[in-house]
Write a protein that binds this ligand. Sequence first.
Ligand SMILES: Nc1ncnc2c1ncn2[C@@H]1O[C@H](COP(=O)(O)OP(=O)(O)O)[C@@H](O)[C@H]1O
Ligand SMILES: O=C(CO)COP(=O)(O)O
Ligand SMILES: [Mg+2]
Ligand SMILES: [Mn+2]
Length: 697
Amino acid sequence: MSTACKKLVNTVERCVDECLEGLVAVNPGLRLVEGHRVVVRADIEDAIASGKVSLISGGGSGHEPAHAGFVGKGMLSGSVAGAVFTSPPPQSILACLRAVAKKNAGGTVVIIKNYTGDRINFGLAVERAKHEGYKCDMVVVGEDCALKSSDKTAGRRGLCGTILIEKICGALAEEGRTLEDIARIAKDAVTKMGTIGLSLSPCTIPGAGASFTLGADEIELGLGIHGEAGVKRTKLVTANEAVRMMIDHMTDPNNNSRLQVKTGDKVACMINNLGGTSVLELNIIAREAILLLGRYHYVNLSGTSVLELNIIVREAILLLGRYHYVNLGGTSVLELNIIAREAILLLGRYHYVNVGGTSVLELNIIVREAILLLGRYHYVNLGGTSVLELNIIAREAILLLESRGVAVERVYCGSFTTSLEMAGVSITLLHLDDTLRNCLDAETNAPGWVRPYLPSGQRTRTTPQKMVTEDSHNIAKQQTVTDTVSADMKQQLYNMVKTAAEQLIASEEQLNGLDKESGDGDCGSTMARGAQDILSELKSKDNPLPVGNPAELAKRLGNIAEVSMGGSSGGLYSLFFTTVAGELQKEISPSAWSSALAAGVTTIRKYGGADPGDRTMLDALYPASEELSSCLKAKKSPIESFKSAVQKCEEGAKSTATMKARAGRSSYVSQDRLKNPDPGAMAVTIWLSAVLDILSK
Ligand SMILES: Nc1ncnc2c1ncn2[C@@H]1O[C@H](COP(=O)(O)OP(=O)(O)O)[C@@H](O)[C@H]1O
Ligand SMILES: O=C(CO)COP(=O)(O)O
Ligand SMILES: [Mg+2]
Ligand SMILES: [Mn+2]
């Protein structure tokens, strides 16, 4: 493991699987679906039998506790995880849909964040599920308020607001509302929501270095949750100024992605730890947000100036803050003002002249009521070590202790006593007897106590059970495929596939480096993951890639892209090869290869919504395809035509360096920070040149 990435994991490849195993080990209410990174409620059969609508969500990992941590009664029925920052493959999404739905009458709402990879992969799975007779609808959350301009982009990114949508949908499903109702309310709620991020340090993908660099005295506003660049860098400011900057940006009338907030509006405010913020800072930010937003909420009660009112509100909050934070949203302004007024008048005794004669008993009751009402909107702190690592450590601790014959009856995993934002963990063991166990199990409302999710009636942790479904064993069916090309060409195709895959694997770091500038730093790993599987299937004894039959070969390549890659590239290549396979069924000739390439490019444009010139892989593929076709039409030899096409491909890929991005993740990055070519376009030049190398031999 490289020292550029100091993390408590075992292997990069298995870190997401082990994180999920740890989560399930600690939470007996959850089950992992064997063969997939899919977590479902342990009581899923009962939930399905109830006929209530089921909910699933998912996306790339690295956002823990999202989404597996929100699986449970009243929230999600299941979740699908991809590799870190990589949308999961459609096959796993389908496995999750089947596991939570079983064609129940209620149907399934699929909640995703607005990323190209997630839209394509979840979109593919939902279409397949509909074909199979499942009833489902997709809610896409895009609530990022970072982007000010109205230029074409991949749309607003989905951020932490997704969790609020999951909670809202979960409550509606539990109430027995219909799929149509839930989807409608959720889609409407998405339009009433905004999120803005602020970062003090980059994140590190396991196995890779920091996603970007930030000066010791710098902060960045409006960045994504995958280390994508933000909209503005500034010098470090105070918490007060930081919150003002965030909320002002979010509500700026000149901001095209703004959320309008005005006096009298009622809001829920979620303050989310991006992973390594200390609880000390988090609470300060909560206080600042409340003070600032309070300006929108409080109307004048009795001729007092707004200035005085705000001072009084601030004092009241400060005083009340000792008991708990008060969120000023979520209940009617009328009730809020009455409670605030009462609290202010009563608390005034400490600061001002006493105006009322209410007893301390009543005062405390009002404070308690306010907290109960408002407390629902309070946030959970996630702590300093990533949740991904925490779950892995939990799994390791349980495995080790159990291997030594120790019964691990209770496991708690979360942030309990932090050392500011120190990236580290501690492990505590306590010998249990009945008294101590009962004490630990006793209910508490203390906000810091993280209780594992147990279905009702269950008190003990059980060894994590994996659930086996019909999707657990995805063995590609062995088929006898007849060769449609000569033995020479078969050998050549074998060499092309092998060299292209090897070249992609060798370029993993280079492509990840390019994706760190323009995206989330995983493009090389995604391509390499697919290439590894291509190599092992190429050399497989039982079911090798059918290199003698181009149509079947393309179909299998599409399947590998679909099963093992994930991300935008996985989805788009899977669509590409599936289309190419269809075209190659007709005939095998230079012009047939050329039309197949053109048809594949058209499919990428259709599903990805990007055009040539938008700074994507299309800027390499499209000119290559056009050149190939026109050279062949001009009766150039196939080899010369292909050479010329690869040259256009390389020029096209290079030219992306100066292009404005209008699709995918790079569309959020300001142009002055995009200096290198697009990683997806470079990946195309790598495999296409490898093919040319073999062809020219
Ligand atoms: N809508 C799109 N159409 C075509 N290509 C796209 C699109 N969006 C992204 N890409 C390509 O995908 C590449 C990134 O791939 P990958 O890292 O797998 O995606 P992500 O991490 O954003 O899901 C980009 O460099 C770009 O070439
Ligand atoms: O983390 C992700 C979204 O949840 C990853 O999405 P992409 O596949 O588009 O990178
Ligand atoms: Mg990604
Ligand atoms: Mn990427």
